[in-house]
Design a protein around this ligand. Sequence first.
Ligand code: NAP
Length: 458
Amino acid sequence: MTLGTEQNPLRVAIVGAGPSGFYASEALIRSDLNVEIDLIERLPAPYGLVRSGVAPDHPKLKQAIKVYDKIASENAELNYIGNVTVGKDITVDELRESHHAVIFTCGAETDRRLGIPGEDLLGSYTATEFVAWYNGHPDYRDRKFDLSHETAVIIGQGNVAADVSRILSKTVDELKETDISQHALDTLAESKIKNVYVIGRRGPAQAKFTSKELKEFGELSDSDPIVDPAELALNQASEAELAEKSNAGSKKIYDLFVGYSERDPTSKSRKCYFQFLRSPVELQGNDRLEKVVIERNQLSGDAFKQSARGTGDMYELETGILFRSIGYRGVEMPGVPFHESWGVFPNADGRITENDIVVPQMYTAGWIKRGPSGIIGTNRACAVGTVNALIEDVSKLDTAESKSGREKIYSLLDSRNVQYINYQQWKTIDQVEIERGEAKGKPREKITSIDEMLSLIS
Ligand code: NAP
């Protein structure tokens, strides 16, 4: 029987209710096919990194949630199943039995590693855990970050490094009306950090910030951006990179650094130092981080292909807290092929592959498909591409009517006593968060305990 009709709807399970999960749902709903989508999320709360990754002081970026809410609220084809871990509460094989296709949009949940001695010393953290902590992610709410030191070091010069450095550089007054979690605000209120070093392994022409994010450092109420003019000297290849029209973004970044290097000192109590051509080679300390050994680098290679090489020139920087912000990385899921060195699900245009052969029924979109890069909107085109591939394949999918979709999922979850939640129940939790936030002049106070969320709807 033809698939995608009223009699035999295309039943798709989507794993991960972040931006890519919603964009894939939207693309399926907009297709000419009759679809039934089960959007499965590990946490009770949907929206992935828009909720637990986007910085609390960037509320505009969170507007994307309105779009996702509309998709979930206005389309009966979309069924949200929250608080279900695929691979634990239900297996990938079970989803393949119950649905015609499965799309994995589970993002990149962990960080790349530096691979240097001392990386796991107490006081050395990943940016992801700090970001998830201040954003009230239930898995990270109990983390402790000791901000009693004067110096913090951030390794990496992408937008996540910008978020972490900015949160450490802002005053409580600058954060208290955001949706930052109360536990984070309380810890930041006691922070003794005065110097934040943001360290890039390559030069100022290769920093990966976007200009809007870097510009904010010049506008903070009690922190100054510091750039040593001597560090802005460019080699020939970097000059060629900045002269390239298509690289205007990097030129803007470089110009901002130049502006910062020309500023007169102010009496602001915090300083955020942007430093280049340096790599940490070892983290040292007895029981906990005390200093980082840094090697100066030089660039080698042609324009746009320059890499950093150590010069052997080392120095030490005393610090009690360091954040590695060198990129996210996907994690394995039982039953899904995994590309170990890239940290993604191997795929061809969104069709999951194993040893270069397409695995029937299995698709992927977002960071777990293409790696951790791009802004939220990048995931829309990515998800549309995957859904187009799925639609092309429809005639090849198993058309068995016995694929009962959510009916099968619910019976499996019930038999295992898994407490799942639907979108209406999420909206109840959402409303409580908003009300708790209103009382404090914040857009919301996130509930950080899964048990508490579930108790609100039981
Ligand atoms: P990113 O933009 O890829 O930046 C990673 C940084 O880590 C780069 O500076 C990179 O340097 C450095 N790095 C990588 N490996 C390293 C190593 N072994 N040693 C030292 N440094 C190393 O990643 P991200 O900051 O995690 O951001 C991920 C994506 O989310 C990006 O597309 C970003 O723009 C986006 N995002 C956007 C926003 C926003 O729009 N406000 C906020 C947060 C994140 P090299 O260049 O030398 O590799």
